[in-house]
Design a protein around this ligand. Structure first.
Ligand code: GH3
Ligand code: MG
Ligand code: MG
Length: 308
């Protein structure tokens, strides 16, 4: 299949070599074509290549075009393809049956080349529109899970990700740690250097967190100047290492706003779980929060573990 062509990826299913040739002649200039000689092969090619558009014959030796339509609609709900039924039967009842089975259009054989090309163009417009809507939806979905200031996942994202990870930890019995982090005396940074300086510090802290979070772990901004880190597959003797690294890096970072240099520190509370009966994520987070409170109480810029 030639993917350098600018048009659509089209799957053509027809057991007649003559009709495959006729469709090829009509469309191969503008589109990349895949050919199936029966319904089963069409399903396999569909699964492998996820074409934008399908042109299918009605009668084929194994699956009919109708069954092909139904299976595409049933088994591939997440991907949209525009389906054109190409049939020698012009009977109105069959047209209705074809459209009801999930086809978007119906053309009778023998077809007019210009008409097939024009109807494929209609398909192009629909596929294009569909792709735009899908891209927008993905963007919106991502926005609802992202904190706009820091670009980190937000509380909503944690509420989706963390309970799943906690279930996995219980099922596969790997340790999971929740680290709550909170900037120290952050209010006074806002008061002294202004709200924009506060925002710069929040972004700076987010960068430090991100840089110290492995792909399989997770960091997020809970809100305000509170952040959360979830670390898995690490024993208690080792969990302090990355958190201590984060603590030191933020302590060492120099922020400069309007010629004035200042530094910030953060406090951390850690709670973990390893076993078979997972607690609610909110319970684990509450324990980490209590440990954080204790870190604040003991003088800030430090790490405390939750009571067992
Ligand atoms: P502690 O060491 O006990 O944590 O003291 P703190 O001053 O850091 O804590 P406190 O909760 O009293 O103050 C948090 C401040 O964070 C108050 C609020 O104005 C500020 N804040 C919350 N969200 C934002 C934000 O998005 N940007 C900025 N610049 N400030 C924020
Ligand atoms: Mg604070
Ligand atoms: Mg606070």
């Amino acid at each position: 299949m030639d993917r350098s062509s600018p048009g659509l990826k089209i799957l053509v299913a027809d057991d007649s070599p003559i009709y495959r040739k006729l469709v090829e002649r009509a469309l191969s200039q503008e589109h990349a074509l895949l050919f199936a000689t029966n319904g089963r092969q069409a399903m396999d090619l569909f699964a492998e290549h996820q074409p934008d558009l399908v042109i299918t014959d009605w009668t084929m030796p194994d699956l009919s075009g109708i069954e092909l339509c139904q299976r595409i609609r049933r088994d591939f709900r997440q991907v949209y393809a525009y389906v054109i039924l190409l049939s020698s039967n012009a009977d109105k009842e069959e047209v209705i049956e074809g459209l009801a089975a999930g086809a978007d259009d119906y053309i009778t054989k023998p077809f007019h080349t210009g008409e097939l090309q024009a109807r494929v163009k209609v398909g192009c417009r629909i596929v294009d529109l569909h792709n735009q809507v899908q891209a927008k939806n993905r963007q919106l979905e991502e926005m609802t899970l992202t904190d706009p200031l820091t670009g980190l996942p937000n509380r909503r994202a944690i509420d989706i990700w963390a309970p799943r990870q906690l279930c996995a930890a219980a099922r596969h019995q790997f340790p999971i740690w929740v680290v709550m982090a909170d900037l120290d005396h952050f209010k006074s940074i806002n008061d002294t250097h202004g709200h924009d300086a506060g925002d710069t510090v929040l972004r700076g802290f987010a960068e430090v967190l991100k840089a110290n979070t492995r792909q399989s772990n997770f960091c997020a901004r809970l809100g305000g100047e509170e952040f959360l880190l979830v670390v898995t597959h690490t024993e208690k003797t080792n969990i302090k290492i990355p958190v201590e690294r984060i603590r030191k890096q933020i302590e060492a970072q120099k922020f400069t706003v309007a010629g004035l240099a200042f530094r910030v520190t953060a406090s951390f509370g850690i709670a973990g779980f390893c076993g078979t009966a997972a607690p609610d994520f909110s319970d684990l987070a509450a324990r980490a929060d209590a440990a954080l409170y204790s870190a604040k109480h003991k003088g800030r810029n430090r790490i405390e573990f939750a009571m067992d």
